[in-house]
Write a protein that binds this ligand. Sequence first.
Ligand code: BES
Ligand code: MN
Ligand code: ZN
Length: 496
Amino acid sequence: MPGASTPSSYASSAPTKTAASVLVLGAADGAVLGLDSAKSARASLDDMMRAIEFTGKAGSTARIPSPKGFAADSVLLVGLGSFDPTGSGPETESANQEALRRAAGTALRGLNGADQIAVALPAATPADVEAVTVGADLGAYRFLDYVSDDGDKAPGAVTVLGPKGRPFAAAHKAGATIAAATNRARDLVNTPPLDLYPETFAQLVSDQGKDRRLKVTVLTEKELQAGGYGGILGVGQGSTRGPRLVKVEYAPKGARRHLSFVGKGITFDSGGLSLKPAASMEDMKSDMSGAAAVVQAVFAIAELGLPVRATAWLPLAENMPGSSAIRPSDVLKMRSGKTVEVTNTDAEGRLVLADALADADAENPDLLVDVATLTGAQVVALGTRTSGVMGTESARTAVTEAAAAAGEEMWAMPIPEEMLTGFESNAADLKNSGPRHGGMLAAAAFLREFVGDETAWAHIDIAGPSFNTASAFGYTPVGGTGAAVRTLIELARDAD
Ligand code: BES
Ligand code: MN
Ligand code: ZN
């Protein structure tokens, strides 16, 4: 699995004087923004925009030959939508930054084969520069590992333009680091399950962890048996490719807080013996998106050198209906000691998460967050772009605030008291499938049984947002999206 697209570089040359095949400029309310010191160039561009009726609607683009006064060959106009150049206050700032991310993403998503691209969107602060960089590098993402002719399908070298000075260059570097982590998560999600299964996933994490000088521990099947990981083993036993539990540790000297992330890593979810219908199985290579997100977030936290301890736990298994698969009515003895009657083998995510959550919780982290493509009910409740966040109040708030700052759509949801009674079993402490109504909340109630009462814990259900089966938009491509990576990094930035 080779790397994604090359990251952008940063420069502070004037947009009009920058030589490029394409100069990306942003417009809102019928006027181009960010060309304040180039009055005549701006005026001729505004004239052209009027002529082609380009108003600057979010998501719109128009490529035109450069008017006089530009060193670039062509200009790609991109709509900034509701961007408010005069606005202040944190809400306007974060809305503006998302507008920048999306505009940069839209621009780079449409540029195939252009060799030199300069992105000159209106970035006034270091945070703006970071946003443009994240959007551009995410928009430049292509997954071409499995296509024969990738000749002109990727954009060429990208330079982000912005103000001079160390804080701006540092913001560009941070943005590139964050986008690269998100793109690596997308690569993992997009890789077919023929190639990405627990063993190869664990190997890749070990290699990437070594590059960053992080501690990576992989528990094999034997070690999982010795440790009593009944949930991970039970889910994995129907596949010829055995399960793993991977732990990645970043522990800088002097760190005061410890963040622990657990990610669901089902490399393919057939449903097991409770087999999914064909249409529901099509995208189930993405059922390891949570694991991809947590590991790449910890890698980015390490690369950014953030002064917090961060641990990623990846319970990896392939949910298959082989002849050694668990059956409905089987009882699993979980890592925590609790027993679970499996009433539906397609409710497998909560089983592997339960074991990893028990281990993560035993280290008493200051914040425990799990990320999972857990329920179809998430998509019913919140749609394909908004993740559901459940858990203790403080953790839930920390996550939704970090998401808002990072530009990810997440919404707090409750765990109603009556949910747990639906998991009562005659044969074991719990059964694994509970109430149908409010299925996302029910799954959270099950997970909570494996987390200590004192732990600040949040569960993020990314079933819909992790994999885009509709059209690409902004910086979000079709396929793996890298959902939750940016939110987890933001949590670590807040934590010191
Ligand atoms: N991986 C699925 C959830 C899912 C559905 C993710 C659609 C992404 C898109 C999960 O393992 C699952 O099958 N959940 C069941 C739970 C049920 C059997 C209690 C579901 O949501 O139907
Ligand atoms: Mn399932
Ligand atoms: Zn699943």
